[in-house]
Design a binder for this molecule. Structure first.
Ligand SMILES: [Cu+2]
Length: 141
């Protein structure tokens, strides 16, 4: 009986022990930017913790070819943190758990896409065929 409960407890710990968290700053230094601008090697179950450091922004999934503005709620299978404001010393966080390791394109949807067009963009697992740099160029139009 004791042995069984120890095994069950050990198994319960495995998924969280394997999952990685990626820390991403949003609007750091009052800029219209995500920092870092991309992450690689993310797999299902990993988390991204977005920390909103200035103004009012979102992290919203969008398309590679037409990034701006991202759709409210994000693209199907994606995510949208909604708008979060950093005020004074308050820097809200949003934690997104990835359902897959698929490539995802992310931008701020504030101001009808104005922040996005200024280059406020982020990529999850960009590829050699679809690079972050090309996504950024698509956003800037
Ligand atoms: Cu923004």
């Amino acid at each position: 009986m004791r042995f069984t409960s120890i095994v069950a407890a050990a198994l319960a710990v495995v998924p969280s022990a394997l999952a990685a968290n990626f820390a991403v700053n949003v609007g750091q230094g009052n800029t219209f930017a995500f920092n870092p601008t991309s992450i690689t090697g993310a797999v299902a179950g990993d988390t991204i913790t977005f920390t909103f450091m200035s103004r009012n922004h979102s992290a919203t999934t969008t398309t590679f070819t037409t990034p701006c503005p991202p759709p409210a709620g994000g693209v199907p299978g994606g995510f949208d943190t909604g708008f979060l404001s950093a005020t004074g010393t308050t820097q809200p966080q949003a934690v997104v758990t990835l359902a897959s390791g698929n490539t995802q394109w992310v931008a701020c949807r504030q101001a009808g896409g104005a922040h996005c067009r200024m280059g406020m963009t982020f990529a999850v697992n960009p590829t050699a065929e679809q690079t972050y740099e090309q996504f950024l160029a698509n956003a800037r139009g």
